[in-house]
Design a protein around this ligand. Structure first.
Ligand code: NAD
Length: 260
């Protein structure tokens, strides 16, 4: 349970991040939401989480491509709650294209959002975690932190990068009551995956149904999407005291994809 703790989840207006925010609020944590979306819908979500779980919920619209915005969000969260005890680096985007046609702006955005933003959130969260001698850093990486797929050069590079960042931070904080780990999900049916189905179909010259069957779920021996709730449950475990000895781990949750 996370009573008295504060969790900041980047990219928590949708998909996996939203699932983790809901789970952590249900477990008693104060929450800092972040991500893009319709302002009215986000405010309704914020108020609903507060009302249902009797916790405090802040929303900050910081753009994860902008270090100054990330700093302002982290400062606001720490001023409001004293610390970010559980930091979940989850915001992410995807773009699918052959490397020699890969748009430069997409490369820069993916590296900024999927990798560099975590460097910035971690560097601002750590001083208060160290002062409290307790902290949890949970990076939502991907099976693509462990293996590659064609046409996802920026995403695979960023996710392999987050794997290295996770392990480095874990070693630096190991004696301080803080852990840093990465969850490496296979395919989870969220807007991020739904959006890439037409692009993958175009790039590979196959239908969207074939993308789901022969590209996405072909990689997963279980032939099932990983669920948002399963990822949130592993995040909740990593945030618990029972997980104090799990540090620097890259944990696959991919139905066996990376076992092959
Ligand atoms: P999603 O598209 O549903 O959600 C992404 C979230 O990130 C949204 O809240 C969005 O607003 C936010 N975001 C995007 N750009 C941002 C920016 N510049 N600044 C702040 N917030 C921004 O995606 P998802 O599938 O839930 O993905 C979440 C994370 O999980 C990503 O890091 C993704 O790489 C990872 N992941 C997803 C899958 C999958 O199959 N869906 C698998 C493995 C890993």
């Amino acid at each position: 349970m996370l009573q008295g703790k504060t969790a900041l989840i980047t990219g928590s207006t949708s998909g996996i991040g939203l699932g983790i925010a809901k789970r952590f609020a249900a477990d008693g944590a104060n929450i800092v939401l972040n991500g893009f979306g319709d302002a009215k819908e986000i405010e309704a979500l914020r108020a609903q989480l507060e009302g249902e779980h009797k916790v405090s919920v802040l929303y900050d619209a910081a753009d994860m491509t902008r270090p100054a915005s990330i700093e302002a969000m982290m400062t606001r969260a720490i001023d409001a709650f004293g610390a970010v005890d559980v930091l979940v680096n989850n915001a992410g985007i995807q773009h699918v294209a052959p490397i020699d046609e890969f748009p430069l702006d997409k490369w820069d955005a993916i590296i900024a959002i999927n990798l560099s933003s975590s460097f910035h959130t971690i560097r601002f969260a750590l001083p208060r975690m160290k002062a409290r001698k307790w902290g949890r850093i949970i990076n939502i990486a991907s099976a693509h932190a462990l293996v590659a797929s064609p046409f996802k050069s920026a995403y695979v590079a960023a996710k392999h990068g987050i794997a290295g960042l996770t392990k480095t931070v874990a070693l630096e904080v190991a004696e301080l009551g803080i852990t840093a780990n990465a969850i490496c999900p296979g395919y989870v049916l969220t807007p991020l995956v739904e959006k890439q189905i037409p692009d993958t179909a175009r790039t590979r010259g196959i239908t969207e149904e074939e993308v789901v069957k022969n590209v996405l779920l072909a990689a997963q021996p279980t032939k099932q999407f990983v669920t948002i709730e399963q990822v949130a449950s592993l995040a909740a475990y990593l945030a618990s005291d029972d997980a104090a000895s799990i540090n620097g781990a890259l944990l696959p949750m991919d139905g066996g994809w990376t076992a092959a």
